[in-house]
Design a protein around this ligand. Structure first.
Ligand SMILES: CC(C)(COP(=O)(O)OP(=O)(O)OC[C@H]1O[C@@H](n2cnc3c(N)ncnc32)[C@H](O)[C@@H]1OP(=O)(O)O)[C@@H](O)C(=O)NCCC(=O)NCCS
Length: 167
């Protein structure tokens, strides 16, 4: 049993990277939530973390110092006019889903991104991920469109719902 007062939501540290990598690699292997198909190395995730900052934050959920979930706001595009736009990601260890941790992580990372000066946050959600759509709506995101059959994973062509939150 996990109680919410045992979960600590905090800013990421470099030592969290092995757990972040494991959680993401599990989602790559077993879900269509990400369209990555190749496992990520620790070095790759180090580079990913270096692209984040106060404006593009990463937060983690820790249970007794073990990282069980993470959320990030990543730069949407390298083109400078997009600088105040980010994309949200949120991944929870499979043993800890459905316990309110995704909700807490999203709240915190969106709060931090606003403080950092972002103007809007986008999200790409694969068809069928009703839990994610529900949570995004709760966080103030609205559906802005559907990209038809833009991905193929596990042999299936998949639509992507675009959601957007304005600060
Ligand atoms: C999606 C994910 C991040 C959600 O995090 P979580 O900690 O499991 O979610 P929470 O427990 O905070 O909240 C789940 C919510 O979905 C609701 N829910 C559960 N099943 C649902 C369904 N079939 N349809 C709609 N809502 C549903 C729950 O009631 C809860 O909402 P509530 O708090 O309003 O009652 C997590 O399940 C995950 O890591 N999934 C795999 C990766 C992924 O899909 N990431 C998102 C990519 S866009």
């Amino acid at each position: 049993m996990v109680f919410s007062d045992q979960i600590r939501i905090r800013k990421v540290q470099e030592t969290d990277l092995p757990a972040i990598t494991d959680i993401y690699n599990d989602a790559i292997r077993h879900t269509t939530a990400t369209f990555d198909t190749e496992q990520k190395t620790l070095d790759n995730r180090k580079q990913w973390l270096e692209q984040h900052s106060q404006k593009y934050p990463v937060v983690v959920a820790a249970l007794n110092e073990k990282v069980i979930g993470w959320a990030s706001l990543s730069k949407w595009s390298e083109r400078a006019a997009y600088d105040d736009t980010a994309e949200i990601s949120v991944y929870i260890h499979p043993d800890f889903r459905g316990k309110g941790i995704g909700r807490q992580l999203m709240q915190q990372v969106l709060h931090d991104g606003k403080k950092g000066g972002l103007h809007t946050v986008l999200s790409r959600i694969t068809q069928g991920n009703e839990i994610s759509i529900h949570l995004h709506k709760e966080m103030g995101f609205k559906i802005v469109g559907t990209l038809k059959q833009v991905g193929k994973k596990f042999g299936q062509l998949l639509d992507v719902t675009m959601m957007q939150k304005m600060y």
